[in-house]
Ligand binder design. Sequence first.
Ligand code: S3P
Length: 426
Amino acid sequence: MIKIKTDIKKMCSVRGEVTVPGDKSISHRAVMLGAIADGTTHIRGFLKGADCLSTIDCFRQMGIDIEVSDEVITVHGKGLHGLTKPQDILYTGNSGTTTRLLCGLLSAQPFDTDITGDSSICRRPMGRVTKPLSLMGADIENEYCPLHIHGKKLKGINYNMTVASAQVKTALILAGLYADGDTVINEIEKSRDHTELMLGAMGANITVNGLQICVGQTDRLMPQEITVPGDISSAAFFLVLGAIMPDSDITIKNVGINPTRTGIIDVLLDMGANIEIFNERIATGEPVADIRVRTSKLKGVKIGGAIIPRLIDELPVIAVASLFAEGTTVIADAQELKVKETDRIKAVTDELKKCDADITPTDDGMIINGNKPLHGADFEVYGDHRMAMSLAIAAQLAEGPSTLSDISCVAVSYPDFFNDFYGLGL
Ligand code: S3P
């Protein structure tokens, strides 16, 4: 087999403006909830990344007409009871969000479905959704893909979550829309709440009180005009790059700053980064702003506890930032990293060691001693989009040449990443 390698071109500094693509989590939810709303939902700023396109494909297979144009996605919703049995197995590609959220929604349908995805999806644990759903009366075979879902009449439960996961929470909320009686979900830590916000705006029977969400059976969801903000998880790569490259000054426009997602900003500010947030506004119920970052002097920090779900996807690039910070950074309580697109504790530490980083994996995170001289390396990205983009930042910041293994996986969340990355360079 031919091994593909891509050279990372060196830049002296990064300056200018960039607009990152739409938020992945919100884009998925907009299609799913639009499909079960009564009437037409328009989605602007939708992320046309591979994961969200998998969601569109799955709903088309269940009889939902979805038009995709340059500017807008039009979802012709058929109501909560309008989905039809797909002819084939639903294929969710690399998308954990599509797979887990569909488990919740499809458990409650009056038909059976089969779901599978790529080799990474088939290794990711689904028991975290199938077990609590089974308490509601769901009947799902297997704890890894392929999953066989036998649609059933569900009943509400009072459930204490065992992992801080918005995917698990959302699967239960979606099932709860159909269940007899209330479904009460108690989170361990607050995770992203895009589902709750969107369902609230659509008129669902849902209330949120701190860490508790209560969903009642819902008859009707109102379609929406949705504008998806830029994904802070994609902005994260440029925040780190701009804070570390010499003589840099970049502004990332139109970034979602929902407080359940802004852990990366809190950590970078704590590390001493020169970050300004301005033009704050609300777009379809979600807070949005422009973010300016300039070259900064960073110091190591401790990251753990309630902040982890607020920055779980950004930890690989935070690890890269900490290589260029004075002192020690400790990342703890992040065992969830092991069950992402790849084991991100192992992948991050193995790869960054290749450039001589002082980085040690732990059971629930990693310990990094920063400000050591780093050289370029041949990095493996493990088919994981966030590994590829984090390692591109590491390669840019290390001394000397580096290559990345197959970078096509960036298409999952940021198809134009390398254009935007080099577009900022001087
Ligand atoms: C997501 C939730 C997170 C995150 C993933 C997207 C979502 O996963 O890592 O990229 O859209 O709900 P977990 O809920 O499993 O932590």
